[in-house]
Design a protein around this ligand. Structure first.
Ligand code: NAD
Ligand code: ZN
Length: 254
């Protein structure tokens, strides 16, 4: 039998003086809520063709050429997200936010689980799956999971008959400028004492750069992931395990 996970004593000691926290999360933190990741064990890319098909369906060119295909993929993710509830890991981040003077959570997830858990200062850099936007008149709407799951083909706007798109960042699209500015202000202009990177394969520079910046500034840097990623060499502590095992320990130590 393996022993329960623990934080190194010296890390527990350092966490006591932490006043500000930045957390970066990816699909892995929602894995224990029943939502499939893309990469990592058990992810879509276990079958490379299935992985490629999904990424292609959720890409900017497909939205233009075959919007029904993009919407079918969105409806599939909505079914998973609608059936999911926040895990111990999502809740531990809420506890961390309540314990420190300053907290920012940068997530790549579009499932809304951080907000549903009660996290407040969240940058949903890839958007929120429940939001839609009309490409004709710009009308923004917020749907329920039930409404979204019913969108197996691309919906049309009731006002102008324009194509409605999901308000998430598709592969090949630019990040929203207002959210990039928030990353600069909250993770660069003011570097947190503790930077956590959890459940992301961390492929993008806007994920790895804040980790490298915090590390160079002498902040405590921790990755929580059962596998090694592009962030592993940048952090001081790689806690090799599940988010729901380690995040509650970090919350308790603050
Ligand atoms: P990813 O799928 O590329 O990587 C998931 C990572 O999580 C892997 O490194 C894996 O080892 C790790 N992991 C798996 N289970 C874990 C656990 N219990 N605790 C901690 N770590 C665990 O995810 P990504 O880096 O977020 O990139 C995927 C992209 O696809 C993102 O851009 C995201 O927008 C989108 N996406 C979102 C969702 C969602 O909203 N839940 C789900 C799938 C994909
Ligand atoms: Zn419209």
């Amino acid at each position: 039998m393996s022993s329960p996970p623990q934080l190194p004593d010296e890390l527990v000691e350092r966490l006591r003086s932490v006043r500000s926290v930045g957390a970066i999360t990816g699909a892995g933190i929602s894995h224990e809520s029943g939502i499939r990741t893309y990469r990592g064990r058990g992810g879509l890319y276990d079958d490379p063709e299935e992985g490629d098909r999904t990424v292609e369906a959720l890409s900017a060119p497909t939205l233009v050429i075959d919007p029904d295909r993009t919407w079918a993929a969105i409806a599939g993710l909505a079914r998973q997200a609608g059936a999911a509830s926040p895990s111990l890991a999502h809740r531990a981040l809420v506890e961390i936010e309540s314990k420190v003077e300053r907290f920012v959570l940068l997530t790549q997830n579009v499932d809304g689980l951080h907000r549903r858990a009660g996290s407040r200062n969240v940058i949903e850099i890839h958007g929120d799956i429940l939001e839609t936007e009309c490409l004709g008149c710009g009308r923004v709407e917020r749907l329920s999971f039930e409404e979204l799951q019913a969108c197996e083909t691309a919906p049309r706007c009731e006002d102008c008959d324009g194509l409605i798109r999901p308000r998430v960042v598709l592969f090949g699209e630019l990040l929203p400028a207002d959210k990039v500015l928030r990353i600069r202000l909250e993770l660069y202009a003011s570097i947190p004492d503790l930077l956590l990177v959890v459940g992301t394969s961390a492929l993008f520079p806007y994920i790895t750069d804040p980790v490298a910046v915090a590390q160079r500034a002498g902040s405590v840097t921790i990755e929580i992931n059962p596998e090694a990623t592009a962030s592993t060499d940048l952090v001081e502590y790689h806690l090799r395990g599940k988010a729901s095992e380690y995040l509650p320990l970090v919350a308790a130590a603050l």
